[in-house]
Design a binder for this molecule. Sequence first.
Ligand SMILES: Nc1ncnc2c1ncn2[C@@H]1O[C@H](COP(=O)(O)OP(=O)(O)OP(=O)(O)O)[C@@H](O)[C@H]1O
Length: 362
Amino acid sequence: MSIEKLTAYDFRNLATDTIELNDNINFIIGDNGSGKSSLLEAIFYLGHGKSFRTSQVENLVTHNKSKFIVSAKDDKGLQLGVAKDFTTGLTEIKIAGEKHRQLSQLAINIAVQVITPESFKLFFGGPKQRRRFIDLGLFHVKHSFSDYWKEFSRILKQRNACLRNRSDVETLNYWSQVFCEASVRVAKLRDEYIKELSVELQPWLELMLPSLAAGISISYSQGWNSKKTLSDVLLQNREREKKAGFSLYGAQKFDVKFLTGNVVIDNQLSRGQQKLFLLALTFAQAKLIEKVKRVKPILLIDDVGAELDLNSRTLLNNAINKLDCQVIITAIDKIAVEPLVPTDNNYKMFHVKHGQISAIGK
Ligand SMILES: Nc1ncnc2c1ncn2[C@@H]1O[C@H](COP(=O)(O)OP(=O)(O)OP(=O)(O)O)[C@@H](O)[C@H]1O
């Protein structure tokens, strides 16, 4: 999907307004603190029911207001919206006039991915962001993942409770066995997905990091020693796990590493190159999501100018032109986005000032 119209009420500093977006590329230009990231955050909230910047959702409502609403109409006329009321604590989701309670309903209809100047620090800093990124792709591309993951999470909770409460051997054995089965199911699906992602990544790397592309690979660790069965690993580590009070091995502990040769790329690539790598990876994932055709992804790129020189922005432009999805890019001035402007004129440019967003002429 692409968002045709977006409305945000009482969301951070955004002025109550509806904006009409282009289905290809949108540039959002404004000074620091004008509201560019707030706009991206509103779109991200519509896709995920959470912020990409803060875990404190109360920071998203405009000061002195108690409820925010973000809604959109897509290119096929589908209307979807989410409202968070801080007086009642309720979140209300409406899709095509029908009310929903579960945030996952949003993600079924809209796949939003974001890249910010902070993303790559988080991405290369610890496994949490990498896990989140891979599982977002899995959710959209492998339709059985959502059910497998729900079942796995339920079992993991039960097994952790057994370890924490020092349950009897039979109970722990039972939950360990079902945990192993669920872990293997999830790990296998991830393995398949990461192989697909690795193949899809190559052409994007060739476009954006041509001199390094051939040597870059993704290495997947499933969450336990792949030379052993998970049940053996759990048996060998039972005392350690009991002491910890939670599961130390299993599909929840998976990770991916990005390598040039045998070295992790964060030790090899410059910050600008890392950003290009992360963009290539995000584009590859967006392409896989798009191929599945359930939802066409929306890409948010915050502060595109940061860390990218003119040549890198030109490479990024080549890649964006090959994407078939809606892209929303922020920058502090027009100069930063000049190399990204499509030659076919299929784009829109907006200016943001004090939360007020207005379209500007080409
Ligand atoms: N809950 C809120 N209510 C009203 N205003 C808010 C709220 N939270 C933040 N703001 C203000 O909104 C403004 C816009 O912030 P935003 O992060 O969107 O800026 P930006 O244009 O992305 O800036 P930068 O280029 O520095 O990243 C800031 O001045 C901030 O103080």
